[in-house]
Ligand binder design. Structure first.
Ligand code: ATP
Length: 450
C-alpha cells in the first residue's frame, strides 16, 4: 500500500514513541532541541546494528584494532585538527522573525533573494558559527581548562595511532575502529534523528602505504564495497541507496577522493554515510602540533613514512532512521488494516514473542512461561536476544503490537497445546501466515531464519 512520503515521517515518529523506540530528549521539560532518548526497543535496535558492524569490521578481520577514546580531549587536539579554527557552518538570521538557518541549506531562491523561508523577512549576511560544544575541565574556568565535546570520533583514533603501534606492532595496511557519541551544535537540527546535536558514529581510520597508489585505490574500493555490503547485512533496500562521487569543489581540501552514500529518506535523498581518502593530513597535523613522532618504520625498505588514511564513516542515527523508514509498512490482513515494521531478522529488537491465548487461565500461562523460558534459554546459548512474554490485551492487540515492534514470530499457547499435546501456533509477521509447530521442533523452526 503506497504511503504518502510527507505523512510517513509523522507516522514513523509517532510509532517510535508509542512503541518505545525513540523519545524526545528531556520531554517532560518541553524537550531540548536536537536531542533524543532511546527506549528499550530503540536501544536493542541500535545494539543489533552496532554489534553487526563491530563483528564485520573488527572481530571478523585481523587488520582492525578497536578503541574507545575519551569524549573530552585536550583542546590542542582540536586546534591541530582544524576544528577550533574552522569547524563552522554559515549561519544566517532573519531580521524579522529571528529564525536561524544554515545558508548552504536554504533553497536557491531564498539564498539569492536573502528572503526568510518562514516569514519572507530579510536575512542578514552569513557569519561563521563554530559547531563545537565548549566546556571547562576542572574547577578553574580559564583558557587552559577549555575542552570540547568531540564533534567526531575520528580524532580519538589519530591520537591513539602511536599507542596501537607500540602495543601491537601492526604492519600496513591496518585500521582503528571506534563506535561512540559525537556532538555538534547544529544550527538547525531537523528531520527527527537525521540531524541532531548529539549522535553516534561508527568510524574507521584505515592506514595505508602511500607509495603504492594502485593498492591505495584498491583499498578505497574494497572499503567502499564493505560499507555497501553492511547496508545489505542490515537489510536496507538496494534501490534506495545511491553512490555520489563528491566533486573537487565540494571536498575538504585534504581529501583526494570522497564518496558519499545517500539514501532515499521520506524527506528526500540525503547523506547516510561516507568514505574519504584523507591522505596524511591528520597524522601530519598531529606530528606538527604535538611534536610526537607518528611515523611508521618499514622494516623491509628501512624507510620511515607517514601512512595515508582512508576513512569510512557511518552515522548510527541515520542508519537507524533509514532502517525505520525502510521497514515501515502498511497493509491489510483479512480485511483489517495494519502497520508493521519489516525489519530484517538480524536487527529486529524482538525476535520472538510468546503468548498464552488467555491471560486468566493459569494452566495456559504456566505452559506459555515454560515455552518462553525454553526458547529464551536456547536462543541465549546461541547469542540471540529478544525473546519476550506478552499477555497484555487480547490476542489481536498483541499481534498488532508485535507487528509494530517488528517481531518476526509470535508463538501462541492455547488449550490444544495442553489438552491434545498439539504443539503451538507460530504466526509469521510479513504474511501473517499461521502454522502449528510441535514443541520439540519449535526452537529449530524459529532459529532457521533468525
Ligand atoms: P552533513 O553534510 O549532513 O552535515 P557531514 O558531511 O558533516 O554531514 P560527516 O562529518 O562526514 O557529516 O559525519 C559522518 C557521518 O556522521 C555522516 O555521514 C552522518 O551519518 C553522521 N552525522 C553527521 N552529522 C550528524 C548529525 N548532526 N546528526 C546525525 N548524524 C550525523
Amino acid at each position: 500500500m503506497a504511503i504518502k512520503e510527507e505523512t510517513k515521517m509523522e507516522k514513523i515518529i509517532s510509532l517510535s514513541k508509542r512503541r518505545g523506540f525513540i523519545y524526545q530528549g528531556s520531554e517532560i521539560y518541553g524537550g531540548l532541541a536536537g536531542t533524543w532518548d532511546f527506549g528499550p526497543y530503540g536501544v536493542e535496535l541500535r545494539n543489533n546494528i552496532k554489534n553487526l558492524w563491530w563483528r564485520k569490521f573488527v572481530l571478523d578481520r585481523d587488520d582492525m584494532y578497536g578503541v574507545d577514546a575519551a569524549i573530552l580531549m585536550n583542546q590542542n587536539v582540536w586546534k591541530a585538527s582544524g576544528h577550533v579554527g574552522g569547524f563552522s557552518d554559515p549561519l544566517v538570521e532573519c531580521k524579522k522573525c529571528k529564525h536561524r538557518f544554515r545558508e548552504d541549506q536554504l533553497d536557491e531562491e531564498n539564498r539569492k533573494s536573502k528572503k526568510c523561508p518562514d516569514c519572507d523577512g530579510l536575512l542578514a549576511d552569513a557569519r561563521q558559527f563554530n559547531m563545537m560544544f565548549k566546556t571547562n575541565v576542572g574547577a578553574v574556568e580559564d583558557e587552559e581548562s577549555i575542552s570540547y565535546l568531540r564533534p567526531e570520533t575520528a580524532q580519538g583514533m589519530f591520537v591513539n595511532f602511536k599507542n596501537i603501534m607500540d602495543s601491537f606492532h601492526p604492519k600496513l595496511p591496518f585500521g582503528l575502529a571506534q563506535i561512540g557519541k559525537a556532538f555538534r551544535n547544529e544550527i538547525a537540527p531537523r528531520d527527527f534523528v537525521f540531524r541532531s546535536r548529539e549522535f553516534e558514529q561508527m568510524e574507521i581510520e584505515y592506514f595505508v602505504d602511500p607509495r603504492d597508489s594502485t593498492k591505495v585505490n584498491e583499498t578505497f574500493e574494497a572499503l567502499y564495497k564493505d560499507q555497501i555490503d553492511f547496508l545489505k547485512v542490515i537489510g536496507l533496500d538496494d534501490s534506495k541507496i545511491h553512490k555520489i562521487e563528491v566533486p573537487d569543489s565540494d571536498r575538504a581540501f585534504y581529501s583526494k577522493r570522497s564518496v558519499d552514500t545517500e539514501f532515499d529518506f521520506p524527506f528526500g535523498q540525503k547523506e547516510l554515510l561516507g568514505i574519504a581518502y584523507r591522505t596524511d593530513h591528520d597524522l601530519k597535523a598531529h606530528i606538527n602540533s604535538s611534536k610526537v613522532d607518528l611515523s611508521y618504520f618499514d622494516e623491509e625498505t628501512k624507510e620511515r613514512i607517514v601512512p595515508h588514511c582512508i576513512e569510512p564513516t557511518f552515522g548510527l542515527d541515520r542508519l537507524m532512521l533509514a532502517v525505520l523508514s525502510d521497514a515501515y509498512t502498511e497493509d491489510e490482513i483479512d480485511g483489517e488494516k495494519r502497520v508493521y515494521m519489516k525489519f530484517s531478522h538480524s536487527i529486529a529488537p524482538v525476535k520472538v514473542a510468546v503468548f498464552p491465548l488467555l491471560k486468566n487461565k493459569p494452566l495456559l500461562v504456566e505452559k506459555a512461561k515454560e515455552i518462553f523460558n525454553l526458547i529464551k534459554k536456547e536462543f541465549s546459548s546461541k547469542g540471540i536476544n529478544g525473546v519476550v512474554f506478552d499477555d497484555n490485551g487480547n490476542i489481536g492487540k498483541r499481534y498488532r503490537r508485535q507487528d509494530e515492534i517488528g517481531t518476526p514470530y509470535c508463538v501462541t499457547i492455547d488449550f490444544e497445546t495442553i489438552e491434545k499435546d498439539a504443539g503451538v501456533t507460530v504466526r509469521e509477521r510479513d504474511g501473517g501466515k499461521q502454522e502449528r509447530v510441535e514443541i520439540g521442533k519449535l526452537v529449530e523452526y524459529l532459529s532457521k531464519s533468525i
